[in-house]
Design a protein around this ligand. Sequence first.
Ligand code: PGA
Length: 265
Amino acid sequence: MGRDKKLIIGNWKMNLTIHESSMLAHRLEKLVRARHDVEVVLAPSFLALQSIALQINHRQFKLAAQNLYWRDSGAYTGEVSASQLHGLVQYAIIGHSERRHIFSENEKEIRLKVQAAIRNHIRPVLCVGETAIEKADGETREVVNEQLTSGLANITSEEVDRVVIAYEPVWAIGTGSFAPTKDVEAVIKMIRGQLSHLFGEESSNRAVILYGGSVSPENATDYLATPGVDGLLIGGMSFNVHAFSDVIKAAHRSSSKELSQRGDS
Ligand code: PGA
């Protein structure tokens, strides 16, 4: 998908049993209409992926893995590879701040994971964002540019069209303190600038960039109206069926508004 659709990804993290995941998907199926202007992606745990894949209408929902391992197979106990996920998911979240900070994932691993996803026809959702300390030290630009440059280092300008970037300030994730829209706009502009520097202006203009961090039905409309923001990566609110479906409705409204402003409908 390109920038003509809003992309809404719900990251269920390490929550819900297989049965609860299936129930949630079932309830969402009833509440959320398949729309041509919004792509809704569910990221349940690895455990629940297979059953949800069998259950959902694939026109209504796509699936994402929350992580993957970069080697295709071998003696890597506890890991799941991109080649094992191939055909099951369309997206994979890579370099989420919880992976970077709790599991000490480094830039090299993240880069290899981005490549592994591309190699296996899975769209990587590369997460970037500064910590509270980095923000206080005025290092947001430097940190985000470094994460982008490093994460995309081995990607060609054809492949970069498959990558989704999620700007998620670490201090805003799961905290309820979300980033002011004007700050998000500035960082996303900078991300496009860096993408243009690395891959050219056309790739940068085509890049799908999400915001994530304490998104709720109350602030979703504002983020979706923020210039440069093509969608949202949602944690806590994505396994609240009503909150998540309200965010999806907000994305549909925002998409329709943009289309009518452009005179397309
Ligand atoms: P949150 O999480 O919406 O709960 O802040 C966002 C994320 O982790 O991607």
